[in-house]
Design a binder for this molecule. Sequence first.
Ligand code: GLU
Length: 549
Amino acid sequence: MTYKDLADLIFPNAKNISYYEEKYPKRNLPEGAVVARVAPSPTGNVHIGTIYQGLIARKMADQTKGVFFVRIEDTDQKREVEDGISQIIQSLKNFDIIPDEGMTSADTEIGNYGPYKQSDRKKIYEAYAKYLIEQGKAYPCFCTPEEVEEIRKKQESAKIRPGYYGIWAKCRNITVEEAIEKIKNGEKYIIRFKSPGREDRKIKHHDIIKGNVDFPENDQDIVIIKADGLPTYHFAHAIDDHLMGTTIVTRGDEWLSSVPLHLQLFQELGFKAPKYAHTSTLLKNDDGNKRKISKRKDPEAAASYYVEEGIPSGAVKEYLLNIANSNFENWRRANPDKPINEFDFQINKMSVSGALFDMVKLLDISKIVISKMSAEEVYEKSLTWAKKYDKELEEMLSDKDYSLKVLGIERGNKKPRKDIAKWSDVKENIIYMYDDKFLNKDQEYQYQVINNKEEIEKILKLYLEKYYNENDDKDTWFNNIKELAGELGFAKEVKEFKQNPGKYSAHVGDVSTVLRIALTARINTPDMYEIMKVLGKESIAKRFEKALK
Ligand code: GLU
């Protein structure tokens, strides 16, 4: 009896691996092209880290004329949620991270290196497991979960390194005859890798991000095919990244310690190992302590949060690049208007330790990103958001011509307004410009320096009667407010006011404030000249009337 007999008994129908090696030939790509991927598990609530990984992988592929694909790692079926795959695809799409190959929906895919969903690749894994068994590099293990647990307990009480290795690996030395007999008797088993490693030897690994790292060799006989017939992540990843031609595996650094095992698997399978780039975990500052951002505690950990809040995907990507490459900020300063795909991303410049994720900074970036958009773009994007999340805003925006004027205030000029960080800010930002919202609601007018009723009345009345002309240009408009101030005995210039303490009770700025508050019930607004232009005479009159009541 040989290993081959054992392999044939376990996987009678598995194909020879040469079939797959031919079916998935080496990719024909230019020198230096990077093939990169994201390989999330469909466990629900896509993490912002997946978007981060996807962005980096997409960027590397773009910069080198390579390929970026999405693989779904669904071999842990206990953790899978129902629409997990669609959520992943949709989230990447929401951030405009479009793969060249891979899953395009829960059950469709594109590309010649598929299937791209691990649960559809069972036959492939079986072929490679069979290949390893044939060579004596993998074996059936008959230990029950209870027995494995027993081993772990013994190791723990003896303070010995835990795991299935060396003398603890009971089934590794079972003879082929014995194994065949057990299988024929119907005993249950899983398949383990027979590690050739020794714990007292070191391996050197060069990680693209972490640099040179030394590890003890792997000596664990890890499970490669589980009781449910599906592979473990370790085994599946080696086969998939080999057959799919991945050149750089980018993944979270929680996998760094698995590198010795993975390199060993590549070696024993006869594959050339890819390069690895282990990205640092996204951290958050929690009361002075840095910790991992977690789906359980932090709403911003979920990719869906940005869509729900209406933070533009472009701003999030811009911020993620900021975290990824610290020189991005300088590049952005020097090139304020270039699209981010012109930024030369360098994976080897990513931070070795944790990357701090700061919502305040992200929102600041978002304000800048939105400030550069045209009124039309802001209109379309807030409308799309409102349709899903805010009926009242949707209704306000239904008057497109007027809304474009409102959103156009202080936009498209050298110093555009930067007061919108997300689409969910828009309503609060513009609602006072809509007469049906403003006039039909009680407003609180918090007058400042000039706050006496008679004076306010005089200002508003006289302004409308004598100093407001709908077609005035900005200089004339402002001169008129100065004249108004003068006529009512206030200083026409702030300078004059300061130079003559005691002479005036207020100055032109204070008069403007009265006009502003009467118009909007706000102390701070964008440019009042533009506001008046958009409102028009009739609305201004109604607003003054309301203020005087
Ligand atoms: N499925 C693994 C995870 O979600 C992916 C690791 C990898 O990219 O290889 O962590």
